[in-house]
Design a protein around this ligand. Sequence first.
Ligand code: ZN
Length: 132
Amino acid sequence: MKIEHIGIAVKNLSVSVPLFEKLLNKRSYKTEKVESEKVNTAFFNTGDSKIELLESTDPEGVIARFIRKKGEGLHHIAFEVSDLDHEIDRLKKEGFELLNETPKQGADNKLVCFLHPKNTNGVLIELCMEKK
Ligand code: ZN
């Protein structure tokens, strides 16, 4: 498992994409709307891992609610796994609570699953697997 990407909640991609382009000195390689999560995302390659900026498309979406509560900033860390169903089973047996027990469609051609942050020191953890 490597860190596949780090998700950062932002209010406005039109502000934050140019900011991260300046910071990283490279262009965002992709923006993508994820209907199911009510977000627009923008991705940056940073070596082996990526940065995913997340902007809410709905005032009641998870990212909008997160920003209201905590402000913009680090939202989740995503680990890449080779067998998502297997990892879900393993982590359930270890006592972790999953926010979705069935893998769902994420951005960037991934199947994803989230762990409840109450079991992971307050950090939202995403598991992701490339869709074949
Ligand atoms: Zn993510």
